[in-house]
Design a protein around this ligand. Sequence first.
Ligand code: CP3
Length: 322
Amino acid sequence: MRQAGRYLPEYRALRANHPMLEMVRTPELAAEVTLQPLRRFPLDGAIIFADILTPLIGMGCNLEFREGEGPVITNPVRTRADVDRLQVPLPKDNVKYTLDAISIVVEKLKESRTPLLGFSGAPFTLSAYIIEGQSPGDLALVKRMMLTDPESWHELQLKLVDLVVEYLVAQAEHGASALQLFDSWLGALGPSQYDRYVKPYLDAILRRVRERTVVPLIFFATGTAGILSELCALDTDALGLDWRVSLTCAKQAAGRPLVGQGNLDPMTLFAPFDVIERETRRILEEGKGLKAHVFNLGHGVLQHTPIENVERLVSLVRSWEG
Ligand code: CP3
């Protein structure tokens, strides 16, 4: 999930002098932001500072991060001609800055043997931004293309599969220890839509990445209780879960030993510490039922999260002897 970000004063200090995209596209700055949370908290892993949307720039999407508005793509894709115009550049020609940032961070983390997580957006969620041009809302335009122009949808997915496969493999080659696919908007689909319009492309990515690297693959989506058993059946090494499902439910849905990651509601970090403690212990207890459990939030750290609560949460999990 998002570890770095605006809840950290040291992040805000850098951000005051550099726009978001400049931070991502300057390897030394991206490396520095990646390491900020690790200096503060004894975490088991780092996540590279980038964004799921930056690889879209090289495809021809005009991406902007607007203050107070979030990401915007000013030339959204709506027609077959728009899809045909999208390019699929190789990572070295598109996101070299992130690969260089990974190299810097991996070198700095070598001594402490802290793993670095690489990531990519998954095709559905990337499509949601590409088509809507902004935070997707009800995904009306996405569903319109999916349902009324399935050939354009298919072509778009094929391009994104190629983009994502190369991006993930390149991150592994630059030293990422594990790779996470984010499909944050997948919860907007029902099971038959998932089967037809999403699953084939996820399967293709996982199969092709596995042919070329051995690093563990994690899939994360939100609001997906209705397709949980389908997600558990994906060929991943771990499944990230948000707080809307319990780890126990996920275990039952999987019907096989499941490695789960999650799933404290990030809002819990605004509660009094006894509530944080209660919720965290419940999750850790439930995690014992899984093959393995990576404790995490169920989504990214929210902007106004009190840092002392993050600190106390980390030490609570660290000292847990369940
Ligand atoms: O911890 C880290 O630094 C990891 C880096 C990371 C970012 N975005 C940096 C970022 C990761 C893993 C992401 C993933 C991401 N980005 C997702 C998938 C995960 C999720 O949260 O669902 C999505 C959907 C995006 C798209 C995105 N980027 C949105 C919707 C926003 C605006 C919302 C917000 O919180 O500001 C961003 C901006 C963004 N990406 C920030 C960061 C640190 C905040 C930028 C700022 O400083 O203004």
